[in-house]
Design a protein. Structure first.
Length: 94
């Protein structure tokens, strides 16, 4: 399972880089996205290791902690990229 996880993380990181190359316009977009991806990978591995070691309470709390933090971080990233909160221009008929 560890090898499969590492392969998926590698392919996911490649996908993140392709996405950033097309959409990121500022240097901090790159840093936010890469840190968010690392955080998600760390959270998944923490939950997997604790669940495999029969530490179900730690896995449950870790999943909640990493999940909620990743959602908040993703919202901040989407906001900085302009996906959320962008003012829509209304075209008036001429």
């Amino acid at each position: 399972m560890g090898t499969l996880y590492l392969l998926l993380c590698g392919f996911g990181f490649g996908g993140v880089l392709v996405f950033l190359r097309r959409t990121a316009t500022k240097w901090y977009h790159w840093i936010l996205a890469i840190l968010l991806y690392i955080w998600i990978c760390l959270g998944i591995s923490f939950v997997y290791i604790n669940n495999a070691g029969y530490h179900h309470q730690a896995a449950r709390v870790g999943a909640l902690f990493f999940g909620l933090t990743a959602i908040a971080w993703a919202f901040a990233f989407a906001r900085s990229m302009g996906f959320i909160g962008k003012k829509k221009t209304i075209l008036e008929p001429s």
